[in-house]
Design a protein around this ligand. Sequence first.
Ligand SMILES: *Cc1c(COP(=O)(O)O)cnc(C)c1O
Length: 427
Amino acid sequence: MDNLREYYIQLGVSPKVYDFCSEIEKSLENRFKDIDTVTELNQVKVIKAMQECRFAEEHMNGTTGYGYNDAGREVVEDIYAKVFKTEASLVRQQITCGTHALAIALGGNLRPGDEILSPCGKVYDTLEGVIGVRESKGSLAEFGITFKKVDLLPNGDFDYENIKKSINEKTKLIEIQRSKGYDVRPTLSVKQIGDVISFIKSIKPDVICMVDNCYGEFVEVIEPSEVGADMVVGSLIKNPGGGLAPIGGYICGTKECIDNCAYRLTSPGLGKEVGASLGVTRNIAQGLFMAPTVTAAALKGAIFAANVYEKLGFKTVPNATEDRHDIIQAVEFGKPELIQAFCEGIQAAAPVDSFVTPVPWDMPGYDSQVIMAAGAFVSGASIELSADAPMKEPYAVYFQGGLTYHHAKFGIMMSLQKIVEKELISW
Ligand SMILES: *Cc1c(COP(=O)(O)O)cnc(C)c1O
């Protein structure tokens, strides 16, 4: 008897869905092997950094109050700097999320009269508020900092000609968003990022190149900081936190940029010297240790999903065979009932809150209702299996995460199961 099949059937996956998905999984062996090669390199890279920094048990004790001389906090920052191959880093639980990390990197390094240039078009939604593209209290625009963007060309390449035209004497910082996030453009590879940085620095060598690295960490064997980025920025409840960091953000970069960030995060004059770690160092360090394998699990889940739904005739972005540069998978369902059923399946496969039924609701900052499925150990952590979809054309679901591949696989099987049960596809 096939025990595994029996288990899945007991969990509500029909034999037909299980067999269909198993066939697809078998065809992905080689892709999964390629991912394992990247994972192994990144795993060794992280361990090497921990050993070179002489990371020790005593570093996980934590401090309280001001947090002066927090050896654990300092060694974790040294480890991050080594992993991302930068002079310095700021890795803190006082950084509340990815947006906050990006706001610190921008606010710390820009002064009135400076201009930001985005060579990849629209920035992430929440950053529009930070920069002031969307009017908001305390934005950089209120401090006299301006913003320009140059859209990517229709084929996804940089528009070098217009980038060159947009660089002027005010241009101080280049904001490059690696992941497409919830946009329709392709995600940038590290090589593409390196190319655009070289181009920009050939025109204006002293400009600061900052990369929004969210969702991209450990997907490739090098990071944007190895191809010229002065700062890479991200969230610890995505890839680099490995599912274990309960909060936090990181910025890795040149010593000067990081010092500026630290003065913005805490206070001028105090910088990196304060910020008690309160015993969270263990989770942040262990999370980084786990991050390469966790990212791999999420990537395999995304590839599995793309292959399942492409085979059923849906448009997937990236498609079933494309190279990956982040962990996000979009599936265009075209119909609200389909995205609702998909989200119900993801929720039903969760280790936490599996009994909840996700429903569309009005969310601040969105122009349509949004449905979300997540049953996470860390609230809102999108490195854990999760899906969300704005209830509007083209009715696309964005799916990401999975601390283990097998959970991601189960989630996708359940999503298809719900769709089949509601007779929303014929097969
Ligand atoms: C997640 C994300 C952010 C930051 O979002 P938070 O929810 O504040 O952590 C910024 N940029 C991109 C591309 C992201 O994916």
